[in-house]
Design a protein around this ligand. Structure first.
Ligand code: BG6
Length: 475
């Protein structure tokens, strides 16, 4: 009973959110380098701007981030002190291929990750690596329109293969695209850019674009899986999907249908193709009904089938609710009165994690890896240790639900990686002050601060959780 002995406790970050060093070691500009910090009084509605290049008069928080590029040894040491069995980060594509379409990789970039992985391995910390985490080369976005262009598939595969070959003896766990499904809502222009380097043009059929882009990413992911297994048959290569379970508002039959449709559109489609290796009939019918024509080249469907993932990784932060709207005859978002929300308006729902593990395990029968979970909090800089009891409560409740899924529901979970074990730049708002860490970093939204690191109360709590293999969740 309880967590398996080899359970992967650790934490997760993404290169652009912590490395900084945006122009060092030959790194090119990525899409994250042209995103500003969001401003405004309302946490829940603040939005970052995407500028046309790096312009004067703006704050670009990812340029320096928390300077992990220079301080990674100190940071990895602190993760080791917490007892991390693994650490998830991404490889910045622009460190390896600064423009995305370069003929040769950049040796200084490759060397940086060699050194980083060696540092982790020194502490028996397994690297878990995402290949594409919201940091496409800006050149790919500008010159090719991002993943609209089929040629970008080969660029991604070349990048993936370069990494697989170089790190084949250091990294076993890989993921292709981070949260590939969070671009599903085409009204959100931001995620089209962060995920795929796409900027929608006035008047274009955004769904047509989305599904073509996503087809290219599915093929790129499947090709990477196929090539990766050739390079090292022991590789475990997963997809990564944002799991925001959507509940029906009531037991009205049409609310159930609304729920299924919303889950298909926002989640299942993306996981289905990666895990089952083919396009599901509900989506083929939807495309037919909407007149969407996805250009699928000869051999693509075979590639999808041969490039199924080894495991399903997902992030879990929140859940939503939906209902059938009689007037529009469409699903519409509903309020869930049974959950609280964070300052940034994210519903807090620990049982939703158990629910997600059950649903995904039943549907895919694959090992599941929780590669992100956490809560962003405001934390005042104080002289003494930060007493982040709110974070401890959040994690204790989620870990307890994960344990039930393992012990009572028979779900196979590979590991659990809290998001942002050290304070980093928020992807959604660019803020430093939306803090997720067990480790406090002295830097504010304007970029001021010493960058000093300090353990918070939760640092010692999580250390104990890992030491007891998840048995002791008490404060
Ligand atoms: C996920 C991303 O969407 O959520 C991370 O994979 C991101 O990159 C995390 O940081 C938390 O979101 P945010 O907007 O609070 O940073």
């Amino acid at each position: 009973m309880g967590f398996p002995k080899e359970f992967l406790w650790g934490g997760a970050v993404a290169a652009h959110q912590l490395e900084g060093g945006w122009q060092e070691g030959g790194k090119g500009l990525s899409v994250a380098d042209v995103m500003t910090v969001a401003e405004g009084d309302n946490d829940a509605t603040k939005q970052r701007k995407i500028t046309d290049g790096v312009l004067p008069g703006h704050t670009y928080p990812n340029h320096e981030a928390i300077d992990f590029y220079h301080r990674y040894k100190e940071d990895i040491k602190m993760m080791a002190e917490m007892g991390f069995k693994c650490f998830r980060t991404s490889i910045a594509w622009t460190r390896i291929f600064p423009n995305g379409d370069d003929a040769e990789p950049n040796e200084a970039g490759l060397k940086f990750y060699d050194d980083l992985f060696d540092e982790m391995l020194k502490y028996d910390m397994e690297p878990v690596v995402t290949l594409c985490h919201f940091e496409l080369p800006l050149n790919i976005a500008k010159k090719y329109g991002g993943f609209r262009d089929r040629r970008v598939v080969d660029m991604f595969v070349k990048f993936a293969v370069t990494c697989f070959k170089r790190y084949k003896n250091k990294v076993k766990y890989w993921m292709t695209f981070n949260e590939i499904n969070n671009q599903a809502d085409v009204n959100v222009e931001f995620t089209a850019f962060t995920n795929s380097g796409v900027q929608y043009q006035p008047g274009e059929n955004r769904y047509q674009t989305l599904y073509q882009v996503v087809h290219h990413e599915f093929v790129a992911s499947a090709k990477a899986v196929i090539e990766g297994h050739k390079i090292n048959p022991d590789f475990q290569i997963g997809c990564m999907v944002a799991m925001n379970p959507i509940y029906p508002e009531t037991c009205k039959p049409m609310d159930q249908i609304a729920q299924i449709k919303e889950m298909e559109r926002n989640f299942y489609f993306y996981a289905d193709v990666h895990c089952r290796g083919h396009y599901p009939s509900y989506m083929l019918k939807h495309w037919e009904n909407e007149g969407i024509e996805v250009k699928i080249e000869d051999g693509d469907l075979e590639t999808l089938n041969n490039g199924k993932v080894d495991y399903l990784a997902f992030s879990y932060y929140k859940s939503y609710a939906t209902k059938y709207d009689e007037k529009t005859k469409k699903p519409t978002e509903a309020k869930n009165n049974f959950v609280q929300v964070s300052d940034w308006g994210w519903p807090i729902d620990p049982i939703g994690l158990r629910y997600s593990l059950n649903v995904l395990s039943e549907r895919y029968e694959l090992p599941l890896f929780i590669v992100e979970n956490g809560i962003g909090l405001h934390e005042a800089r104080t002289a003494n240790q930060i007493q982040d009891d709110g974070r401890i409560k959040f994690f204790a409740a989620h870990i307890a639900q994960m344990k039930k899924a393992i012990d009572e529901d028979g779900v196979t979970v590979m590991g659990y990686l809290p998001w942002g074990p050290i304070d980093i730049v928020s992807a959604g708002t660019g803020e430093m002050e939306k803090r997720y860490g067990f480790i406090y970093v002295d830097k504010d939204n304007k970029g001021d601060g010493t960058l000093d690191r300090r353990p918070k109360k939760s640092f010692f709590w999580y250390k104990k959780v890992i030491q007891t293999n998840g048995e002791d969740l008490s404060v």
